[in-house]
Write a protein that binds this ligand. Structure first.
Ligand SMILES: Cc1ncc(C[n+]2csc(CCOP(=O)(O)OP(=O)(O)O)c2C)c(N)n1
Length: 307
């Protein structure tokens, strides 16, 4: 394992532990705003933070805690922000769904679904006019992709040959509906082909592999001067089954926001034992034993941050 791979693994773990501690605080009704946890989304956020060049800007959506953490926000600064305290990351002014952090490269975050896409097109155009070699990253979801702004943004980015990467975090769900329940499938690869926009699909939560793929794509976007879409298959962890007489195994409840009632923090903070959990994937790494040994002390240290 290289030093960078080791760093990436610790970042994934730090993000998961921080989110499980935030989940505990949600359980205790500490916060004054709804928080959308992103457990299961850590790998892509850690990879983007690692690939980003200093001038690159990132624009986020309602579910953004994984990027805040990957871009260096402390657990305490997020905890205080969600409690709307002056000591919060944005002085308690932005809460969760609109939390930006321009000093760290998170230029803009919007709770209005699909809104960050045209804003990103504007940001990318502004960078182009300065002849900079910056790439703009914008994060969206499979639900937000249903907004007209997604398609308008593709048109605008390709027409202007803007250096922008749209990341679609495809968790298959939008609030309480699955893609198959609410719409026809959208073949993003074909749509991007129609616009002659680069397309990359990621799955498996292997952060070093994500970093390599994103680095190559970022370079392609700069060299060829055109946009790209990355579709990332992932699962938002924290789902649970509610007892219900009509469902022998309980009714499936997708995790969307707020408390993940059955998620709790243990010495090795996995939530499922397969490739859909980025923390489980770390067990495949050469450093797995050392990571397992490190986790309890990290948990204790982060818990003490909040004491
Ligand atoms: C313009 C607008 N319409 C509706 C909403 C309500 N809303 C918030 S999150 C969400 C679902 C988003 O789904 P997706 O983009 O897949 O992200 P996920 O929450 O699954 O991560 C909706 C409909 C909103 N915030 N803004």
């Amino acid at each position: 394992m290289t030093a960078n791979e080791d760093f990436l693994a610790h970042e994934v773990l730090r993000s998961r532990i921080a989110q499980l501690l935030i989940n505990e605080a949600i359980r205790e009704k500490t916060f004054r705003v709804p928080v959308h946890l992103a457990m299961g989304h850590e790998a892509i956020a850690v990879a983007v933070a690692n690939v980003r060049a200093p001038r690159d800007q990132v624009l986020l959506s309602h579910r953004n805690i994984h990027y805040q953490l990957a871009f260096g926000a402390s657990l305490k600064s997020l905890y205080d922000e969600y409690a709307l305290l002056p000591s919060g990351l944005a002085g308690g002014q932005l809460g969760s769904m609109n939390l930006s952090n321009p000093a760290a490269g998170i230029l803009y975050t919007s709770s209005v679904l699909g809104n960050n896409l045209p804003v990103a097109a504007g940001v990318a155009l502004a960078e182009q006019s300065k002849d900079s070699d910056a790439v703009t990253f914008v994060v969206t979801g499979d639900g937000a992709m249903e907004e007209g702004s997604f398609y308008e943004t593709l048109l605008m980015l390709r027409s202007q040959n803007s250096r922008c990467i749209i990341l679609v975090e495809n968790n298959e769900w939008s609030l309480a509906t699955q893609i198959s329940e609410r719409r026809c499938p959208i073949d993003v690869a074909s749509i991007t082909k129609g616009f002659d926009i680069a397309y990359l699909r990621l799955r498996g939560n292997d952060v070093p592999r994500y970093v390599d793929a994103l680095q190559a794509l970022r370079q392609e976007v700069l060299d060829r001067r055109y946009p790209a879409v990355v579709e990332v298959d992932l699962k938002s962890l924290g789902d649970w089954r509610m007892p219900n007489p009509d469902f022998p195994d309980g009714k499936y409840i997708n995790y969307h926001a707020g408390l993940a009632p059955e998620a709790s923090l243990s010495d090795w903070p996995t939530l499922r034992d397969d490739e859909w959990d980025p923390v489980h994937v770390l067990l495949e790494s050469k450093n797995a034993a050392a990571l397992r040994a490190w986790a309890p002390s990290a948990i204790a240290k982060m818990r003490s941050e909040l004491a």
